[in-house]
Write a protein that binds this ligand. Structure first.
Ligand code: HEM
Length: 227
């Protein structure tokens, strides 16, 4: 009954607004942060191939104590759950119809504000990730034991897919981590201080992600040379 009243009025019977949207925002940020940190480690993990197939296999063994390779399948399932939760929470922010899309576009053009334009790229890359990252995660969840040989085979067959996946992931995650900072931290200090700090963090953030992307592309060339 209470929920029905809130559904009609947008307020509860004691005239309070729901705290659920705020909780959803927090969970969306937290799940995004977990995925972004995971991705930085993932790039080091696949990038270990630059030191040879032995180095890549050692990293795999480290993650699978006792040689129980199903640990990787289970970890991938865990990441998939976080990924789906993150995407589900993000759907709330998608333009709901053509009118809403037009309103955002007009706003983006008028504002000529880099952060607003970046939000649009984050939306588009997030949409693509629904499909690309799901395909990859399902392959890992139901896949056999990860070995250098298996991954070399997959890289030589799917290099375009992996290249697109890494670009879309880095675009999404790098904008996402910058937005996390803007949303939860950047308002401390005076306006001038906050703006200067924001510009600095923006540069550091994009330099770190750019360096990881460059390293991954070098590693991809190594993967391909082994195929
Ligand atoms: C626990 C979860 C995950 C595991 C165990 C995992 C494992 C792997 C492995 C073994 C490879 C090497 C190629 C292959 O054998 O398929 C790979 C490549 C790749 N994965 Fe994942 N992955 C996971 C989650 C993710 C997620 C969530 C993303 C992005 C949203 C992602 C993006 C990529 C990309 C972009 C590549 C190609 C790397 C490159 O270009 O060098 N992975 N992954």
């Amino acid at each position: 009954m209470m929920e029905t009243i809130e559904g009609f009025l947008g307020k509860s019977v004691d005239n309070k607004k729901s705290r659920i949207p705020a909780l959803q925002d927090k969970l969306q940020s937290l799940s995004g942060l977990i995925l972004a940190v995971f991705m930085l480690f993932h790039m080091l993990f696949t990038g270990s191939i630059v030191l040879g197939t032995g180095a890549f296999e050692s990293v795999v063994h480290l993650a699978e104590p006792g040689g129980i390779y199903q640990i990787t399948n289970i970890a991938a399932f865990g990441i998939f759950v976080v990924f789906v939760a993150h995407a589900f929470l993000a759907m709330r922010k998608f333009p709901a119809n053509y009118r809403a899309y037009q309103a955002f576009k007009a706003h983006k053009i008028r504002m000529k504000h880099l952060d607003t334009t970046m939000w649009w790229f984050q939306f588009l890359s997030g949409f693509l990730l629904f499909f690309f990252a799901s395909a990859h995660l399902i392959t890992i969840i139901f896949g056999e034991q990860v070995t250098a040989e298996l991954s070399i085979g997959r890289f030589s067959q799917l290099h375009i897919f992996y290249l697109l996946l890494i670009i879309v992931t880095v675009v999404h995650a790098s904008i996402g981590t910058y937005r996390l900072y803007v949303k939860w931290i950047s308002i401390e200090g005076t306006k001038h201080e906050a703006e200067a700090k924001r510009a600095k963090i923006k540069n550091i953030n994009f330099i770190v992600w750019g360096a990881f992307l460059a390293f991954t592309i070098v590693a991809d060339l190594v993967w391909l040379s082994l195929g």
